[in-house]
Design a protein around this ligand. Structure first.
Ligand code: SF4
Ligand code: SF4
Length: 137
């Protein structure tokens, strides 16, 4: 068994590397990849359809600022990404096309603490940084 493994390693020694260094070298993602949701606050009407659709109850409708520079508040979705299945149903069911998928799937999402996975409307709208240089948001 040991000899067999050594022979295999020697045979493959000159072949090009198949492993990649992450995050320096990032995988190309398919067009339909579903990553962290993005919220367009200007389109969202706070109807709650996304929250009612979510099979994992990952969405809550909460009050948040209408925009970064406004003091006015309205209802928007807040997503607990720790419970999200990335099924995309909330995006499909939104009557206003206010939710979309981004290509973000690690930065800002991989953490030891569940509370860090609660994405507020401001974070979903990218008005607050989420530390995500992965791809176009
Ligand atoms: S994101 Fe869409 S479905 Fe969810 S509350 Fe806003 S408008 Fe309604
Ligand atoms: S992608 Fe699916 S699981 Fe995640 S918040 Fe939307 S409906 Fe819920």
């Amino acid at each position: 068994m040991v000899l067999k493994n050594i022979t295999r390693a020697l045979k493959n020694i000159r072949k090009p590397r198949v492993t990649r260094m992450y995050p320096e070298i990032r995988s190309e993602l398919p067009e339909r990849f579903r990553g962290l949701q993005k919220l367009d606050k200007s389109k969202c009407i706070g109807c709650g359809i996304c929250a009612n659709t979510c099979p994992n109850c990952a969405i809550k409708i909460v009050r948040a600022r209408v925009s970064k520079d406004s003091t006015k508040t309205r209802w928007f979705p807040e997503i607990d990404v720790g419970h999200c299945l990335f099924c995309g149903l909330c995006i499909d069911q939104c009557p206003q096309d206010a939710l979309s998928s981004s290509k973000i799937y690690t930065d800002g999402i991989i953490t030891w603490k569940h509370e860090d996975l609660l994405f507020t409307p401001d974070q979903l709208a990218r008005e607050e940084p989420i530390d995500a240089p992965e791809a176009e948001q």
